[in-house]
Write a protein that binds this ligand. Structure first.
Ligand SMILES: NC(=O)C1=CN([C@@H]2O[C@H](COP(=O)(O)OP(=O)(O)OC[C@H]3O[C@@H](n4cnc5c(N)ncnc54)[C@H](OP(=O)(O)O)[C@@H]3O)[C@@H](O)[C@H]2O)C=CC1
Ligand SMILES: CC(=O)[C@@H](O)[C@H](O)COP(=O)(O)O
Ligand SMILES: [Mn+2]
Length: 384
């Protein structure tokens, strides 16, 4: 069987390193041609020496010399800078681009990859939050596959397989509830970043872990689902499921529901996207029902965790609102991680940024990129 050639953007992160575990599990099927990192030169060098890609990118110029010195003798081309991300995805031999960059920085490489007719394995949910309508139009225009890696969306995608003739009544995105599930606002007013960084079920990068704690992750996922599956906001519901075993659910017009389940292990959705439509045998740990005698469900507490409703509102208002929401959230999370604002101040900052930004109804890609930058400045100025 012909090998599948992949580019991994954000190879040094949580998704990127797990994607390389998946590649290690299928050496006869998957091969890596591009690896990228932002600044982690040492890990990028180690990965490149193991996987022998044709090209690597280190976004921060400061790491270029070190990476170049280490990889040039191995014949690996090294590039630096943000623009290089859009160039390396164009390598003709690449079949599929796994975008595991964090934040809106993932948007331009996704666009470049689609324009070069590469299939996309998308972990970078911010791509669809910022520019979902434009991205899905490009996917159609260039006739590429958009394969979700985010666990909930990978679950919905799998539930929809074989159901092409059957409209969806609604979907339920499951949410763990994060480390502060059941807590009130008085409790949240004093939480620290080390508490917020302890996700109950998943080990992930810092930004998404804070988003999970604030329920913004689920808000971003509602927007991501809208564009991936062409649904109305009213068709997307969130249900808290603290065990993170059921990864999401589709309900059809007859009331019947399909759910996808498995251990909380991102290697499963990553493998699904990289080997689609094949399900290849692996030796990853299997789920044991007796380890989980009870799977439970609760209503999301959107009074305490305001981000979920902010995301629904941004989706319903449309236009540039999800882009502004995302930019303000990225600034808020970075400020919380830098101990500059408190946990609850994150939602306040996002609300204030949304209030201060003008509303554009049908922004182009270049307008969205400009709005993203403006919203970041507004949010940063609000922090002071
Ligand atoms: N982790 C998970 O389990 C899940 C993650 N996701 C989504 O996947 C994406 C990646 O998440 P995760 O792996 O946790 O994040 P990490 O922070 O662990 O990794 C991010 C990766 O992107 C690189 N990077 C960071 N900033 C930039 C930038 N401005 N330009 C280019 N590259 C950059 C990092 O490089 P360096 O290491 O050098 O800093 C790193 O390789 C996010 O959108 C997240 O929401 C979705 C579902 C689950
Ligand atoms: C693994 C994954 O897909 C994450 O997005 C996860 O869902 C985060 O957990 P929460 O349900 O707590 O947001
Ligand atoms: Mn998810």
């Amino acid at each position: 069987m012909k090998k599948r050639n992949i580019a991994i953007l954000g190879a040094t992160g949580s998704i990127g390193t797990q994607a390389l575990d998946v590649v290690r599990a299928f050496p006869d099927f998957l091969e890596v041609s591009v690896l990228t990192a932002s600044s982690n030169a040492d890990l990028l060098i180690a990965q490149a020496l193991e996987f022998k890609p044709a090209m690597v990118v280190i976004v921060h110029e400061s790491g270029f010399r070190k990476v170049q010195d280490a990889l040039k003798p191995a014949g690996i081309k090294v590039f630096a800078g943000e623009e290089a991300l859009q160039e390396v995805v164009q390598l003709p031999r690449i079949d599929i681009v796994l975008n595991a960059i964090v934040g809106a920085a993932g948007l331009k490489p996704t666009v470049a990859a689609i324009q070069q007719r590469k299939d996309i394995a998308l972990a970078n949910k911010e791509t669809l939050v910022v520019a979902g309508e434009l991205i899905m139009d490009l996917v159609k225009k260039h006739d590429v596959s958009m394969l979700p890696v985010d666990s909930e969306h990978a679950a919905i995608f799998q539930c929809l397989m074989g159901e092409e003739q059957n409209p969806v009544e609604k979907i339920y995105l499951t949410a763990s509830g994060g480390p502060f599930r059941g807590k009130d606002r008085a409790f949240l007013s004093t939480v620290t970043k080390s508490q917020a960084l302890k996700h109950p079920n998943w080990v992930m990068g810092a930004k998404i872990t804070i988003d999970s704690a604030s329920l913004m992750n689920k808000g971003l996922e509602v927007i991501e689902a809208k564009w991936l599956f062409d649904l109305a906001a009213e068709q997307i519901d969130v249900i808290v499921h603290p065990q993170s075993i059921i990864h999401s659910i589709v309900q059809f017009l007859d009331g019947s529901m399909k759910a996808q389940m498995g251990l909380p292990d991102m290697k499963l959705p990553i493998q699904h996207a990289l080997t689609y439509p094949l399900r290849k045998a692996n030796d990853f740990e299997r789920f044991n029902f007796l380890d989980y005698p009870s799977l439970t469900f609760e209503q999301a507490d959107s009074q305490t965790f305001r981000n979920l409703n902010l995301a629904y509102r941004a989706l319903q208002e449309g236009g540039d609102r999800p882009c502004v929401l995302n930019a303000a959230n990225e600034v808020a999370v970075a400020a919380f991680l830098a101990d500059r604002i408190s946990f609850l101040e994150m939602s306040e900052l996002i609300e204030a940024t949304l209030r201060q930004q003008n509303w554009i109804q049908k922004p182009s890609l270049s307008e969205l990129l400009a709005i993203d930058q403006q919203a970041r400045l507004v949010a940063q100025n609000l922090i002071g």
